[in-house]
Design a protein around this ligand. Structure first.
Ligand code: LRH
Ligand code: MN
Ligand code: MN
Length: 431
């Protein structure tokens, strides 16, 4: 029996208050979709089986490099973090897995951690290594890079850390490793573009050799930050080269915040799908840079367009198409549990909207070069309020019709604040 962090009667009471209105809205939407030849039940079932992983680093309060403002009841260790992740999944039923970040998450005893996760009904998605900051007591510093460092011993240390992440992940039942490095330079001339990339590739090949047969390796590109002049893995082109150089278990991970403003991310997604190298996502939203804001909070249309490509590939049954869906956010001014719940729902919303796109009509408008009607076909799906589908999917799988209302009614944050001592404020957040 799964341990529940929120009392079932609190959720049931909140659901009871909302059920009649939901059922009426669901019936109305069902009639509308039926007129368009869409069976609402098919969409609801697909949405209910769509899941996204929560980042362990997302449940603590984030910060910027200027300051971090702690909030009451922040998790202290990975066990507390899993408890918070379990709440997110209990209410949304959308997030059955957690993505760990090593050594931010101290995993001294993987078996004990796995037992805790099992009890909460949680599993583990991709492991994330960290060679972009120095861990206490670490022999070699990553100040001037890690996997691409000029010093062989530093590169070896970074490779070994990634191998250790694989080993921890194996014990936990994870099946993927995500590698993001901050390596790069701050000034023209500081580093040799070609040689640093050669060194990076050599290091990655050493990691790849240790990857279990049924694992995937995700590499994450990012245009800039922390390096402000050049970055070794700066864009999807370089990322594609890495994935093809390494082999069939290597794929590109697209973090939505890691591109120049106005870059057409959905088109990058389409290209990576076409050539079999889309590994998965770090979902978040942004206005300027790698802002790590709640998914869908700034530009939901862009998120929808990404899902439009994913559903297109799903319906074309593109070979080997199985992207990993993960969230990567930093919550500086909200309760992280609330932000992650609404983000998971926004991701499902974009999926549901993409599922109701009239693809046959879109094909015809594209073939006929009817630009206006092709665009309208997408907009018609995007304009549809699919909230009744999302709420029904949650309700039918044991979640909350309104997860944030149920969470607030439960008083969870207040209760954990009594058990978890406050964490000091300070400068320096996570990237
Ligand atoms: C880098 C990044 C990467 C890290 C995470 C904390 O900006 O997106 O995924 O692992 O942030
Ligand atoms: Mn990321
Ligand atoms: Mn990022």
């Amino acid at each position: 029996m799964t341990e529940q962090r929120i009392a079932a009667d609190v959720v049931a009471a909140d659901n009871d208050r909302r059920a009649a209105a939901l059922n009426a809205d669901y019936a109305t939407l069902g009639e509308k979709l039926d007129r368009d030849g869409i069976d609402i039940e098919v969409i609801t079932q697909k949405v209910a089986s769509f899941h996204v992983a929560v980042p362990s680093w997302g449940v603590g309060t984030g910060g910027t490099r200027f300051a971090r403002f702690p909030a009451p009841g922040e998790p202290h260790d990975i066990f507390d973090k899993l408890d918070d992740c379990a709440v997110i999944h209990q209410l949304t039923r959308a997030t059955p897995t957690v993505s760990l970040h090593i050594p931010w998450d101290k995993v001294d005893d993987p078996r004990r951690l796995k037992a805790h996760a099992d009890a909460l009904g949680l599993g583990f998605d991709a492991m994330n290594s960290n060679t972009f900051s120095d861990a206490p007591g670490q022999e070699k510093s990553y100040k001037f890079g890690s996997l691409s460092h000029t010093d062989a011993a530093t590169r070896r240390q970074a490779v070994e850390h990634n191998i250790e992440c694989i080993e921890i992940g194996r014990a936990l039942g994870s099946k993927a490793l995500t590698v993001w490095i901050g390596d790069g330079s701050n000034f023209p001339g500081q580093s040799h573009f070609t040689r640093s990339f050669e060194r990076y590739l050599d290091s990655m090949k050493a990691i790849y050799q240790h990857l279990p047969a049924n694992w995937r390796l995700f590499t994450e590109h990012k245009m800039y930050e922390p390096a402000f002049y050049s970055t070794v893995v700066q864009d999807w082109g370089t990322n594609y080269l890495i994935a093809t150089e390494l082999g069939e278990k290597a794929f590109c991970l697209v973090d939505l915040g890691h591109h120049a403003p106005n870059v057409n991310i959905e088109m990058i997604v389409a290209r990576l799908i076409q050539f079999g190298k889309l590994g998965g996502f770090h979902f978040n939203d942004s206005k300027y840079g790698d802002d790590d804001l709640d998914t869908g909070s700034v530009d939901p249309f862009r998120l929808f367009l990404v899902f439009n490509e994913l559903v297109d590939a799903e319906e074309r049954r593109s070979e080997g198409f199985a992207p990993a869906h993960m969230i990567d956010q930093s919550h500086n001014v909200t309760d992280p549990v609330e932000s992650l719940m609404r983000s998971a729902n926004e991701i499902r919303r974009a999926y549901a909207q993409a599922l109701i796109v009239d693809r046959a009509a879109l094909d015809t408008f594209q073939e006929d070069n009817d630009a206006l009607m092709a665009s309208e076909t997408l907009k018609a799906a995007f304009r549809t309020d699919v909230e009744p589908i999302l709420a029904q999917a949650r309700l039918r799988t044991g979640g909350a019709i309104d997860p944030i209302a149920a969470y607030r009614a439960s008083g969870y944050r207040r209760k954990v604040a009594e058990q978890r001592p406050a964490i000091a404020s300070g400068g320096g957040g996570i990237v």
